[in-house]
Design a protein around this ligand. Structure first.
Ligand code: CP
Ligand code: NVA
Length: 326
């Protein structure tokens, strides 16, 4: 049975932890210059309706480092749902490639792609969710703090796709997530309800408030994202007004814990949701976050695309030996 990654909600906590163990191994191998061609001969299609730097590059580099290949299909290339139906696109791609990463506006389009593709489909961002981002973020925090359970994270700004995935991620991992956003920009209601239901079992705490200062008080982590996400550009002027007071600047960060970590999924609109001073300052782990997208996505790819054996450390060491003819 093929396995997709559409939402963090679909993952068990143990699966997330297994991704992190594998990502740590793969990161070490890379730093030690040890080859790890676990997806030799495999091909990944990247179907993108929106622009991307990090998601595109990290998935392409991931496939190169794993011995496979990635094909990038830009917004104008295949136009799923316009040039042909999503179902037909999914069925065709499945005859050639071993996995698909898709970045779409409409979340339902990605779900349809996953439904009709017979190969794994990975969500590379939709208007609703950005699970690979938040898995990379959680891995980064686990590296920095050695734990996730009980951390207090303040998400400041727009209740957007990244924020929605954070609600699911926090619920799974027992995090206290406080979202502060202006009225009218709260996270998706249905996502919040589902994440809250899950939080009851994990002792996570999820809150949505409208006071950024209150949210960052005592926070271990301050997280932000752009005020105007891709696809909302025509609302930019209104958003610039509505988000006044929600900037992550030195004054706001001063209300958090002394050793606070500042995170941003990027791309950043410097001087809007975050100042240069904070972004380039001593608390910022923003570039570590960006780097870790690579390591975590490699673990995701190995887990989903490597179907013949489970991705335990010994297994892929054996595989490496075999691929060298040993
Ligand atoms: N954070 C992130 O997904 O960046 P891109 O939009 O550049 O892929
Ligand atoms: N919320 C942002 C995230 C970009 C990675 C957007 O959707 O544009």
């Amino acid at each position: 049975m093929k396995r997709d990654l559409v939402s963090i909600r679909d993952l068990a906590r143990e699966e997330i932890e297994a991704f992190f163990v594998l990502a740590t191994d793969l990161k070490q191998r890379l730093k030690q210059n040890k080859a790890h061609p676990l997806l030799l001969g495999k091909t990944l299609a990247l179907v993108f309706e929106k622009p991307s730097l990090r998601t595109r590059v990290t998935f392409e580099v991931a496939m190169t480092q794993l011995g496979g290949h990635a094909i990038y299909l830009a917004p104008q290339d295949i136009r799923l749902g316009a040039r042909e139906t999503v179902e037909d696109g999914a069925r065709n791609l499945s005859r050639w490639v071993d996995g698909i990463v898709a970045r779409t506006f409409d979340h339902a389009l990605l779900e349809l792609l996953a439904q009709y593709a017979t190969v794994p489909v990975i969500n590379g961002l939709t208007d609703l969710l950005h699970p690979c981002q938040v898995l990379g973020d959680l891995f980064t925090l686990q590296e920095k703090r050695g734990r996730l359970n009980g951390l207090r994270v303040a998400f400041i700004g727009d209740g957007n796709n990244v924020c929605n995935s954070w609600l699911y991620g926090a619920a799974k991992m027992g995090i206290h997530l406080i979202v502060a956003c202006p009225p009218g920009y709260e996270p998706h209601r249905d996502v919040f309800t589902k994440a809250r239901a899950e939080a009851e079992a994990t002792q996570a705490r999820l809150e949505v408030i409208s006071d950024p200062v209150q949210a960052v008080k005592g926070a271990d982590v301050v997280y932000t994202d752009v005020w105007t996400s891709m696809g909302h550009e025509e609302q930019r002027a209104r958003r610039m007004r509505d988000f006044q007071g929600f900037q992550v600047n030195q004054a706001l960060v001063a209300s958090a814990q002394k050793d606070v970590l500042v995170m941003h999924c990027l791309p950043a609109h410097r001087g809007e949701e975050i100042t240069d001073e904070v972004m380039d300052g001593p608390y910022s782990i923003i570039l570590d976050q960006a780097e870790n997208r690579l390591h975590v996505q490699k673990a995701i790819l190995v887990t989903l695309l490597e179907t013949s054996e489970p991705p335990a450390g010994e297994t892929w060491l054996r595989r490496l030996t075999r691929s060298r003819g040993g």
